[in-house]
Design a binder for this molecule. Structure first.
Ligand code: ADP
Length: 507
């Protein structure tokens, strides 16, 4: 195992990797921007080195500076996390060229899966079913119209270099095609410096189901089952679960084997994810492979008991996987809610500010992967995801109840968060029955966010009551969770914790 690893990332994922290193007895080196000087990942790592300005282009995207820090601090490997440099082929190559280990797949596998069109071509040649569509970038609108007519509307235009839902346009009929193509190209050019766009048949009402794979340098490649990621807004995941209620053991075996085949065809190694659309009739189509750790990896960790980040490090250090496929069936149910600094009741407007109060949920089966603390400044430089709240329980029903309870315990003050939105989803009957698909949230979002949280006054008074109770408790040195009044029916406490943030009036 390495003695020291540099983490080329920030926020919750940097802290997640610091923790994995710590448990493996590996020293961690954090890097940070101006804005992150006092961030939790900086405090928790064994060493931290400033690399530049707050804009990602001046810090977390400066591959050369990061490699230089690794050399100077004596780190033997670099873990890129997700986002930033994680899927940049040139970075993976530069790390290796500098005599260091890249904790991820070989650069050639990133390249093979890097463009959606190249990945589709590769998948097809490996016998992996893909969504009907082209594998070649589109020419002009005339060509696009001819191809779209062949597959039938609606179709989806997608950026070959796409990610995060960017450069994607749904087209219902031919009259919309030309403008949609132009705007997809523009968005892709701005986001990725590449305007290649191709077309896929738009599948109505499928689920997004993805398979986690793990491959070592000794030729072993396994899958860790699926994650259900259908709760999406604007093609961005908001809630993930494992397992999916739509996936039987037979389907898991078949999708898993397909994902392993796709990964092998790219010469893959380390942790990766094959994303699929699962149609109502049980057929599934490969969408793309994410050649990195996913945001939602914890739900898989909780149902398999496998620490994916630790295994990324072990694999990078040359260890063989000790498991065999039939040991890996999911146990119980896990759910993750992405806690973002967005005001769900105001069209998910990004919210900025300083975290003035933070009360974290706890108790059985609750995991908090966060990157914020009291005093954290939430700006607009980085992704709005502040943390992930993840729960495990023996059944899906129990996991939903547990998530609801944990969300009620969570209090973040100073910045708006998506907490109340997640509470609404956990309370929704259709969601509870598992009747979801990738368009579910778009259909339900208006009703889910129609009743605004309570007015500031009620909220502020309720929060003041919680703060006061906490201070009293601290003064009396009573351990958290044991404050008298927590279960004692104090109306204001309950208002802050529950109804006050939900219904607008104390119970
Ligand atoms: P990105 O890499 O930009 O996230 P993906 O190809 O992974 O793009 O797709 C993101 C989401 O968009 C999917 O999870 C799914 O909800 C939706 N989507 C993608 N392709 C299709 C399709 N052909 N039909 C219907 N929905 C799709």
């Amino acid at each position: 195992m390495f003695s020291k690893v540099l983490i080329a990332n920030r926020g919750e994922i940097a802290l997640r990797i610091v923790r994995a290193c710590s448990e493996l007895g590996v020293r961690s080196v954090a890097v940070y921007s101006d804005a992150d000087a006092r961030a939790p990942h900086v405090r928790e790592a064994n060493e931290a080195v400033h690399i530049g300005g707050s804009a990602a282009s001046e810090s977390y995207l400066r591959g050369d500076a990061i490699i230089d820090v690794a050399r100077r601090t004596g780190a033997q490997a670099i873990h890129p996390g997700y986002g930033f440099l994680a899927e940049r082929e040139w970075f993976a190559r530069a790390v290796v060229d500098a005599g260091l280990v890249f904790v991820g797949p070989p650069a050639s596998a990133i390249a093979a899966m890097g463009s959606k069109t190249a990945a589709r071509t590769l998948a097809l040649s490996a016998g992996v079913p893909v969504v009907p569509g082209t594998a070649e970038p589109l020419g002009d609108a005339g060509e696009a119209a001819a191809i779209a007519a062949r597959f039938g509307y609606p179709v989806l235009l997608k950026a070959a270099a796409g990610g995060g839902g960017k450069g994607m346009r749904l087209v219902h009929e031919e009259s919309e095609l030309s403008a949609a193509l132009e705007s997809a190209r523009r968005e892709s050019r701005n986001a990725f410096g590449d305007d290649a766009v191709y077309v896929e048949k738009y599948i109505e009402g499928p689920r997004h189901v993805e398979i986690q794979v793990l491959g070592d340098s000794h030729g072993n490649m396994l899958h860790l089952g699926e994650r259900e990621c259908s709760i999406q807004r604007r093609h961005q995941k908001m809630i993930e679960e494992a397992p999916s209620i739509a996936v039987s053991p037979q389907l898991r075996e078949s999708m898993g084997a397909t994902a392993v085949r796709a990964a092998r065809s790219a010469g893959y190694m380390n942790a990766g994810t094959c994303e699929f659309l699962l149609d109502r009739d049980g057929s599934f189509y490969f969408l793309e492979m994410n050649t990195r750790l996913q945001v939602e990896h914890p739900v898989t960790e909780l149902v398999t008991g496998i620490d994916i980040v630790q295994w990324q490090l072990r694999i990078a250090a040359g260890e063989p996987l000790p498991f065999i496929q039939n040991q890996l069936s999911p146990n119980g149910h896990a759910i993750e809610c992405r806690i973002t600094s967005e005001d769900a009741f105001n069209n998910f407007l990004p919210s900025t500010g300083r975290v003035t109060y933070l009360r974290l949920p706890g108790g059985p089966g609750v995991r908090w992967d966060g990157g914020i603390g009291i005093g954290s400044e939430i700006g607009l430089h980085y992704d709005p995801m502040l943390a992930k709240l993840i729960v495990w329980a023996p059944t899906r029903e129990a996991a939903i109840s547990r998530m609801h309870r944990a969300l009620l315990e969570l209090t973040v003050e100073g910045v708006e968060t998506s907490r109340d939105f997640h509470l609404r989803v956990m309370e929704d009957e259709e969601f509870r029955r598992g009747e979801i698909d990738i368009q579910w949230l778009e259909r339900r979002i208006v009703s889910l966010t129609s009743v605004a949280p309570p007015p500031e006054g009620v909220r502020a008074a309720a929060i003041a009551a919680v703060l006061l109770a906490d201070r009293n408790r601290d003064e009396r040195r009573i351990p958290p969770g044991h404050a008298p009044g927590h279960a004692g029916g104090d109306a204001w406490l309950l208002a802050a914790r529950r109804g006050g943030l939900r219904d607008g009036c104390p119970p």
